[in-house]
Design a protein around this ligand. Sequence first.
Ligand code: 7PJ
Length: 361
Amino acid sequence: MQRSIYIRPVGLFPAPSDEGDKAWGGLPLTGQPLRFAAVEIIERNGKTTIRRIVALGEAFERDWGRHTLAASDLLEAIREPRMRLAGLSLDRPRIMGIVNVTPDSFSDGGMLGSAQDAIDHGLRLAEEGADILDIGGESTRPGADPVSLEEELARVMPVIEGLRARTEVRISIDTRKAEVMRCAAAAGVDIVNDVSALTHDPQSLAVAAETGLSVILMHSQGDPKTMNKDPQYSDVAFDVFDFLEKRVAACEAAGIPKSKLVADPGIGFGKHLHHNVAVMSALSLYHALGVPVLLGASRKKLIDHICDVPNPKDRVPGSLAAALAGAAQGVQIVRVHDVAATRQALAVWQAALSGTDKILG
Ligand code: 7PJ
């Protein structure tokens, strides 16, 4: 099912969130020290999409006819402060550091061959300022082969156990398998990160609910092996919104409250370059889902497509630009390989934006 109206906050500017709701001063965005000055209203009918930017005053005064209820729900979702995620406040951009435990992972594959290396890597990222460590044992990069349950457990469990014993930092498990979610939860992870948004494994919705953990729902089209061959969308940014909205509803129906969910448009997952940049330029749209938004663009192929950098290790500057572009649209979590560099970039961006050095803790 397709929505017929979407609302995207635009004109984001820094402001304390406790200032009251003066329309002329913009409206607060998801409880962050950011406000939005206007909204883009998108009306969609089949293949036709009409987009226009209107000032807040006009958005409120106008008669939206049959769209009125939908429009006010979306606006409410955009403004509402987000709850803490696994205890983490989301009033400033949080950094998720990537800990790959896959011999074939595309950007640091092979480097973290042993569990001890992965644990050391995770501890280093925590020291560099990661708020969350994302541990993954199944490479989901385009073209990757699936991994058996036994192999995936053998890769991730020692790393989860090792890190849990040594750091207080939140840990997420990047998996599509219900059994991995169950074992990881028992070993003390805080968050489930599923690139299939709990669609790959028929058990995963129930198991994720049973664990009581927070869940990151990522959009993807097709399976990793073939997903980037010929992805099809009617209008990618909005098709992704519709998918994520449905997955949020499915989670709520399964007993996972909205306050435990995060939405991620899934850069590079069943998307060509023009799809990826369309999604990146529309990121603030996803605040209307009413849950925190995560962006994962670190060292991804889109940076190569834009700038011709075949080696993922050379894509750090592009990754930082992507993280800042996300932060500028109010994204609450960025998933990155280069934690120290991202932290530095976000801190300077925030200081320059707000005129104070007191924002980033
Ligand atoms: C993502 C992910 C992402 C979330 C991977 C890579 C490929 N999980 N797992 N979002 N990407 N939530 O790191 O390039 O973008 S694996």
